[in-house]
Design a protein around this ligand. Structure first.
Ligand code: HEC
Length: 215
């Protein structure tokens, strides 16, 4: 005759519970991993043409106008991809061409170690402005007039090549020997980055930069 014991004091109950909880958590993590991969997978040119919203759009997003708009539902700003817009005179970069340009920019950013002073997608330093949404900085409107350029991309490329001749802040960016071609790639890289849905980070970008809205 075995003595009746409470289930709570039964060691096998706890062993089985531990195994089930571990198993369930493992399955949940595997599912979440695949879900995240799906969320952050880069979109395609077709997505852009069909108005399919992706967190990370195709590199060919450089063919489109990007604005930063308040989403009341989400409580922060989100990049909105609008109609076609020329980028250095063209709005028909293929996915391959745009990707090549972005790669050139990315290599430039790595070679010149921009992250030593700036932050990109949360990584880097806080000495200089966060570059994640730099393309959307209303400051470039002023720079277009100041540098006598017709487009934002040209003004940005000019600034990148000769930053110390064109300062805007008290802190000055040094000339890093960036060539015109590299500058074009870096601007493409930064334009694409600004189109990434970063859940509103960097926080309060528009307020920090002096109001994109109603400017
Ligand atoms: C030694 C530090 C330093 C490095 C390295 C550096 N920057 Fe800067 N950058 C600055 C400072 C300081 C400013 C603000 C100066 C100004 O606006 O006149 C600035 C401003 C900028 C701006 C304007 C941002 C805005 O919205 O106001 C851009 C774009 C930029 N840098 C891009 C780059 C890129 C791309 C690289 C790498 C190729 C780079 N910087 C490397 C210090 C640096």
């Amino acid at each position: 005759m075995s003595k009746k014991v409470s289930v709570w004091t039964d060691i096998r109950f706890w062993q089985r519970s531990a195994a089930w909880v571990t198993g369930f958590a493992a399955m949940l993590l595997i599912w979440l991993t695949f879900d995240s991969m799906g969320q952050i997978a880069m979109g395609t040119d077709n997505d852009l043409q069909n108005g399919v919203t992706k967190r990370v759009p195709s590199p060919s997003v450089i063919n489109y106008k990007i604005t930063y708009e308040m989403s009341d539902k989400r409580g922060h700003e989100v990049p909105v991809i609008g109609g076609k817009e020329t980028f250095f005179g063209r709005d028909d970069y293929s996915e391959e061409e745009a990707r090549a340009l972005l790669n050139l920019g990315k290599l430039g950013v790595q070679a010149k170690n921009c992250m030593n002073c700036h932050t990109l997608l949360g990584n880097g330093a806080y000495y200089a402005p966060d570059l994640t949404k730099a393309w959307l900085d209303p400051m470039w409107d002023g720079y277009m007039a100041r540098l006598g350029k017709d487009t934002k991309e040209e003004a940005m490329a000019e600034f990148l090549q000769f930053p110390s001749e064109n300062p805007s802040h008290g802190r000055m960016m040094p000339n890093l020997g960036i060539t015109a071609e590299e500058a074009k790639g870096i601007v493409a890289f930064l334009k694409h980055m600004s189109s990434i849905d970063t859940n509103g980070f960097p926080r309060n970008f528009s307020k920090m930069q002096g109001a994109i809205h109603g400017k």
